[in-house]
Design a protein around this ligand. Structure first.
Ligand SMILES: [Zn+2]
Length: 339
């Protein structure tokens, strides 16, 4: 990406092994993320450009001398952050705070929207998939790199529990995966706040019991009506706008919890006094997707959840710039890239 609205397919130096803990991956599936749209709308022009992509599946082409858990020929999924799997935070399941980890497409690390990626800390980062590279489950498996893990993280941070009420703010791919996660964790009533008919239909398939199309104060009012006047036990904030955070906090019932996974576009957390006096817990952050892959993988493999349905468009590498456009104009929910 060279600036807002300026996505190009370029030839770059070949990826290769550098450290003995690296693996070299040939990417077979990648995708465009809702968070990629922030720079797509706001990035200042750059002469050198910025690598893009943090969700991908690929085949291991080569592995460094110290790599033990993957070998050439393995099909693997990469979470959206790389991590060593052994530091204090990784052992606590918070891989996004890894002391020896980092982010794709930053600081000289390859991005996933490309043919090949050097994977640092391969043992801690990659998870082998027990299927072939063209398996029909590929879209759902790819969501384990980010959106399904992120929806799950929102649900955990919002303390979704059996028999409780969950509200999901946002009908993007993460919000839709949040509906799947809330259902999977036993929520009885699942309210989606969104307004796009195609996304609402998918949310209902995934388990949403109610839909609120209003925004702002009207949305808060509507959710209260649907929850006996109190609000939801659990609120999954899957957008990141100041406005959506105000709504999320406004629909949490006293003693409830808000799990925020939308990248915050505003520094302050609003409505401090109300959430203080209502004992509302505010949690969340970047999902440690790596920590959740093993837990969610069996549900995908056995067909209990189908998060891959959030992909409603497939393209190839040359189609990536138009994929950004389509997602930005809300023509597509999420674009899958086949390489
Ligand atoms: Zn670590």
């Amino acid at each position: 990406m060279y600036g807002a609205g300026d996505v190009r397919i370029d030839n770059v130096p070949d990826a290769g092994l550098v450290e003995p803990t690296d693996a070299l991956l040939r990417v077979t599936r990648a995708c465009i993320c809702g968070s990629d749209l922030w720079p797509y709308n706001q990035m200042e022009h750059s002469e050198t450009g910025q690598r893009m992509g943090h969700e991908f599946i690929g085949v291991v082409e080569a592995a460094g001398a110290e790599v033990r858990s993957v070998k050439p020929g393995d099909l693997v999924v990469a979470p959206f952050a790389w991590s060593d799997g052994t530091c204090d935070f990784c052992r606590e399941g918070l891989h996004t705070s890894c002391l020896n980890g980092g982010w794709w497409a930053r600081n000289g690390i390859d991005g996933g929207q490309g043919d090949a990626v050097r994977v640092p800390q391969a043992d801690g980062t990659l998870v082998v998939l027990p299927v072939g590279p063209d398996d029909a489950l590929m879209p759902s498996l790819l969501t384990l790199s980010d959106v399904m893990g992120t929806g799950h993280h929102a649900a955990l941070a919002a303390r979704v529990a059996p028999g409780k009420t969950a509200a999901v703010v946002g009908d993007g791919a993460v919000g839709l995966c949040g509906v799947i996660a809330a259902k999977r964790l036993g929520a009885e009533q699942i309210i989606l706040l969104g307004r796009h008919p195609d996304r609402i239909a998918l949310a209902r398939d995934f388990g949403a019991t109610d839909v609120v199309r209003e925004r702002g104060d009207e949305a808060v009012e509507r959710v209260r009506e649907l929850t006996g006047g109190f609000g939801a036990h659990s609120v999954l904030e899957c957008v990141g706008h100041g406005e959506s955070m105000v709504t999320a906090l406004g629909i949490a019932r006293p003693g409830g919890a808000v799990g925020r996974v939308g990248l915050p576009q505003h520094e302050p957390i609003p409505t401090t006094m109300r959430t203080f006096f209502d004992n509302v817990t505010i949690g969340g952050g970047p999902a440690p997707a790596r920590a959740y892959i093993e837990e969610l993988l069996p549900d995908v493999l056995e067909g209990r959840i189908e998060p891959g349905r959030v992909f409603d468009r497939v393209t190839n590498l040359d189609g990536v710039p138009d994929g950004y456009r389509a997602m930005n104009e809300r023509e597509a929910i999420k674009v899958l890239v086949e390489l």
